[in-house]
Structure formats: C-alpha cells, structure tokens
Design a protein around this ligand. Structure first.
Ligand code: ZN
Length: 139
C-alpha cells in the first residue's frame, strides 16, 4: 500500500457556501461537486487543484466530528487524504503493521468514494484519510 498522491486536503468550515467564495472566486478553483455524507454528518464541496482536491466540510449535526472539531479548534485544516487503489487492502495491511486505525474497514465517503481514517495517535496527530475513488476520480 503506497499512496499514489495527495488525494485531497479536508478543511473544516462553518458554512460551505460562504467558504466556497474564497476557493471559487478568489483562487479561481473549479468546483467539482457538492455532496452530503450522512454517515459522517457532513456537507461537502470539492474543488479541483491539479491532480488533487480541496474538500470543504460543514457539519450537518451538532454531534458530527466536524462540529466537535470546529468547537475545539475553529475552522481550518482537518485532515490529509492519500489516494490508494484498494482501501480495504490498505487497512488490512496497516492493521497487520499494528497501526492504530479509526476505521477497521472502508466506509462511504463523498462522491461515492470509499475511505478509512488512520488514528491521529499513529500519525503524529495529523488526521490521515485513505481514499479510494469512484465518482470523483480525476481523469
Ligand atoms: Zn476527506
């Protein structure tokens, strides 16, 4: 499991529409799409930046992990996501290496992707996501 690139950087925001102004109008990035991920209780906007993306995350419920993050630290960088070919295979490999995982198997992410989070204790407190693409795959 060697990740092929930085898939995206996840940024916690209070409001996706308001935060999009900077990425769309100031930086001029292309909005790829928006999505709601019920399992994570977030609303997502994805912007293309070369081969990577910027993922804006707005909580849809006070018990969303993004709501908890915003309350503790305010808006800002939430996680870094690496592109992997096979998320479940990567998770199995990491568990074999005794890496502490938040997810023991892939779960649905934005835009039909499959994702799993590595525990920040295993990654120097940088929340790290593994991401396998379907819909948001870059050509
Ligand atoms: Zn993400």
């Amino acid at each position: 499991m060697v990740p092929s690139k930085i898939d995206h950087i996840g940024i916690a925001v209070e409001n996706v529409e308001k935060a999009s102004v900077f990425y769309r109008d100031v930086l001029g990035l292309e909005l790829i799409g928006t999505d709601e991920v019920p399992s994570q209780k977030v609303k997502v906007a994805m912007f293309r930046i070369g081969e990577s993306r910027i993922e804006l995350l707005e909580p849809t419920s006070p018990d969303s992990s993004i709501a908890v993050f915003l309350e503790k630290r305010g808006p800002g960088i939430h996680h870094i996501a690496y592109s992997v070919h096979d998320v479940n295979g990567a998770v199995t490999e990491l568990i074999e290496k005794e890496v502490k995982m938040i997810d023991k198997e892939g779960r649905p992410g934005a835009g039909g992707s499959k994702i799993a989070f590595i525990h920040p204790k295993a990654s120097g407190r940088v929340l790290t996501e593994l991401c396998q693409h379907q819909v948001f795959h870059n050509p």
